[in-house]
Design a protein around this ligand. Structure first.
Ligand code: 5GP
Ligand code: MN
Length: 327
């Protein structure tokens, strides 16, 4: 991690040491990096005697696979987040808008600490610790825990590991130094298989039927993405009925395995005519640029945005943005 983050890390630690009440927020539809990061830091601050809550704007329910990380019962619904938090910490949240219905708290909070790894993060906090070279926000949090000088025990290490194993796609996108961090987390007692399996490799039987429908309708457009190939699939509310968000979120990991396509997209229906779109690239196309043209953001090889309209319209607009970036 770059040394120039030492000063903001010290400032963040000062703000948190002085706080008596801390609200930690993940982005909407939080993943393991966002909630794992928030819960790791939240747990430490809770033990330091502070009043702590962890939340996110939407949906109303916590992803089932992440509930087990909350060993101290820090998660509260968005409705329980104070109107003017004393100290707000935003984690893995590249823009204020990604806080969803809680975005207004950035202007009402007494202080805002931003901990993130999105290169596009404008630094909307009073203190900003943003490391685009970090493979996960959880690594930024771990660095802050070290500055705070707290012990890394298993429950905290587990939260960090959850963010790290998912954002690195099981350590495929992890530097040598990050593998050393993983070793440190294992030494703290993390059971890697017990953490990773529910997050990445376990789904109810109904998942197979959903995949059969959704993948059966997937389309490959070999000459799209500047001739590098584009594959897409659509998950409607009907396809996802009775399944968790975890099942829907994992579809892109299968679609992206298409060898003939550099870029993969999955349209996930949130409400009728309202979609969350996941974009993935193998290596050559910057899908963050594509997502940004459509109002979203993310990382070079994994990005997303939301869109309104019917699936065909959303796909048509995506094709235009894709050719603008990759054509
Ligand atoms: P996913 O496809 O897993 O939902 O998201 C992949 C990445 O894209 C996330 O880590 C996040 O950085 C970004 N992302 C996803 N959806 C949105 C969105 O609606 N807006 C923005 N700004 N970024 C998004
Ligand atoms: Mn992340």
């Amino acid at each position: 991690m770059p040394n120039d983050l030492n000063a903001p890390l010290e400032s963040a630690a000062d703000v948190l040491r002085a706080a008596s009440d801390v609200t930690l927020l993940a982005h909407v539809n939080p993943d393991a990096d966002a909630l794992g990061s928030a819960l790791a830091l939240g747990l430490v601050l809770h033990r330091l005697g502070k009043s702590v809550r962890v939340s996110f704007g939407e949906p109303e329910t916590v992803p089932e696979t992440l509930l087990g990380l909350d060993v101290a019962g820090l998660l509260v619904p968005a409705s329980a987040v104070p109107a003017a938090p004393e100290v707000l910490v935003a984690l893995d949240t590249g823009s204020v808008a990604r806080l969803g219905p809680l975005a207004d708290r950035v202007s009402t909070a007494g202080a805002v600490v931003v901990l993130d790894h999105h290169v596009s993060n404008p630094g909307y906090g009073t203190v900003n610790v943003i490391d685009p070279t970090a493979e996960a926000t959880a690594l930024v949090v771990l660095r802050l825990l070290d500055v705070l000088g707290v012990e890394l025990d298993e429950p905290v290490a587990r939260c960090v590991y959850a963010g790290l194993v998912t954002d690195t796609r099981s350590f495929r996108h992890a530097s040598a130094a990050t593998h050393e961090v993983a070793a440190r987390l294992l030494a703290a007692g993390v059971d890697a298989e017990a953490v990773a399996r529910p997050l990445m490799d376990s789904h109810p039987f109904g998942y197979l039927g959903m995949l059969a429908k959704v993948l059966g309708r997937a389309e490959l457009i070999a000459d799209a993405a500047g001739g590098r190939g584009f594959v897409h699939a659509v998950v409607t509310l009907d396809d996802a009925a009775g399944l968790r968000p975890e099942e829907v979120e994992s579809v892109v990991d299968l679609v992206r395995t298409t060898a003939e396509a550099e870029v993969a997209a999955v349209l996930k229906e949130l409400r009728p005519s309202s979609w969350s779109v996941s974009l993935r690239a193998v290596s050559a196309v910057d899908v963050r640029e594509v997502a940004q043209l459509l109002g979203g953001g993310g990382h070079r090889l994994a990005a997303g945005y939301t869109a309104e309209g019917d699936a065909a319209d959303v796909l048509a607009r995506l094709r235009v943005a894709l050719e603008t970036v990759a054509g």
